[in-house]
Design a protein around this ligand. Sequence first.
Ligand SMILES: Nc1ncnc2c1ncn2[C@@H]1O[C@H](COP(=O)(O)OP(=O)(O)O)[C@@H](O)[C@H]1O
Ligand SMILES: [Mg+2]
Length: 266
Amino acid sequence: MSSLSVSAKDTTGLAVRVEDLSITYRTTFERRPTLKQALVRLGRGQRAVREVEALKNVTFEVKTGTAMGIIGSNGAGKSTLMRAMAGILPPSNGSVEVWGKASTLLALGVGFNKDLSGRENIILGGLASGLSRREVEERADEVADWTEIGEFIDMPMKTYSSGMQARVGFSVAVHMKPDILMIDEALSTGDAHFREKANAKMGELRESARAMFLVSHGLGSIKEMCNEAIWLDHGTLMMRGEPDEVVDAYMKFVKVKKSATTTEDI
Ligand SMILES: Nc1ncnc2c1ncn2[C@@H]1O[C@H](COP(=O)(O)OP(=O)(O)O)[C@@H](O)[C@H]1O
Ligand SMILES: [Mg+2]
């Protein structure tokens, strides 16, 4: 049994409830034979299935007003959890409940049509996030200006650097009045000026949004921006608590020295 439900009205004081959530990816692929095997089989393809349990029985609740940091090594399941909460990925088992409209800024550039300009993608992004044509038109210029990418905003996005794409994506996500804001690694690109501006914007949203989720390798930002944190490892929820505690436990776990330079780089 699996389910995802999105309720408009918050009757519980909760923003998100994840219960016994498991997600398994199944990828079928053509086993690449050695030359000798290929000759023996004469081209008969052999299909293999690779299963990855990206999340295993994850349970947690998030109250309204929470800014939740999600940490863990590469492949821990952080992006999978975000996609599940955004309703993009159905649970293999368990359930995800979200109270409100989720605005997601997932992996860089996903959801953009690269042949269209930044401005056109802003309009599409707004419509996709459920705003009316009029609401989108009212906001589009502000969203475009906020990116500070100058005349590039009217050029096809395939001409953008990854930093410019990140700016457009971030700007769309934060300007669409999200109830629940999810940001996955989006701040790792971009210069100090933009990062600071983005942090300020997130601080503002933390006040107005129902909840915020931040996946980041910048453990310093997690401590700074969030009032709670969870740590995932190989799909398992290892710990939940105060950002300081969780970050410290994680750093101890990965045996990384707590120097100022490494804090921003795990
Ligand atoms: N679309 C996919 N198909 C198959 N396996 C995937 C897919 N996306 C992620 N995975 C696998 O699921 C696990 C968790 O990935 P992910 O959620 O992206 O981790 P993280 O964001 O913490 O780095 C990894 O082992 C990854 O290889
Ligand atoms: Mg990820």
